[in-house]
Design a protein around this ligand. Sequence first.
Ligand code: AHG
Ligand code: MN
Ligand code: MN
Length: 322
Amino acid sequence: MQRLAPALRQDNVPLDLISLIKTILAATKEISFRVSQADLGGLMGSTLDENIQGEVQKKLDVVANELFKDILLESGFVKAISSEEEDTSVAGNAVGKYIVSFDPLDGSSNIDINSLIGTIFSIHEAPEHMDADNPDMFKQSGNRQVCAGYVLYGPSTMLVMTTGSGTHFYVLDRTHGGYLLVQRSVRVPEDTQEFAINMSNQRFWQAPMQNYINDLLAGDTGPRGKNFNMRWIAAMVGDIHRVLCRGGIFTYPKDSRKAEQPYKLRLMYEANPMSFLIEQAGGLAMTSQGRIMDIEPDSIHQRVEVIMGSKNEVEACLGYYK
Ligand code: AHG
Ligand code: MN
Ligand code: MN
């Protein structure tokens, strides 16, 4: 099996970007180890703090964030980082070539139940004309990502990554301590009979999503003429991984629970990197209004509607909005 660096060189990834990716992965290996230690490492449970988005931080959210932040800012490759757990961007090397957005721990509610969690990251080139402490550097669309990926801390630790030449799967090989390529150019099946949505929010969705899901639930006696199965891991990394492996549609639609916050998932470090991975695997990554990666962001913690996965199913869903 191919090691990571030769696999990236085969895709003509520049050497400094390969070095940055290896830096990110060094942090994920440490997190993977700590996750496996669970209570033995004293990292279960919550802190007494909230992040800027008003969510209670788990101990592992904080530890993972500090690990990433330190390793990235010390690397020299990075001009600034932004994270779910940081109020605003944090400056690094003034001449660093890249900026990195990340969700250090996705699926935080799964930490304490020993279930699927992961890390999501997105890399852009740093604008040369802006200072390292200027958060406006992050106002770049998903189209301009040079790399995106996630690491899944599951029964095995897996890396799923794209640099724009397909979406590839790697597994952490603990015998030599590195990631090995296990599947090149994954393809999302165009059709599916599986959907992922938090059904408990149904009464808050807009009419088109209500109608679409009702038709899926009607199964082979309804207008879709086939039965659908539902899965919800409560960690986007897990739900998107399933979609990449065997197809499906994953959505976190607009809802009316909180007037000031109609969307749940964050553009920079959840929706954009996952969109890059899904599109590179032949799937679609949309809001009800257009492509996620076309959105010009206006803030680091901006939230967005997400409808992504198998091409024909995403198109079927969007048909309800027309
Ligand atoms: P995070 O743990 O980084 O805050 O993200 C959790 C997100 C996402 O991973 C997941 O799909 C969704 O929140 C789960 O939402 P519900 O609480 O509605 O299940
Ligand atoms: Mn998350
Ligand atoms: Mn998180």
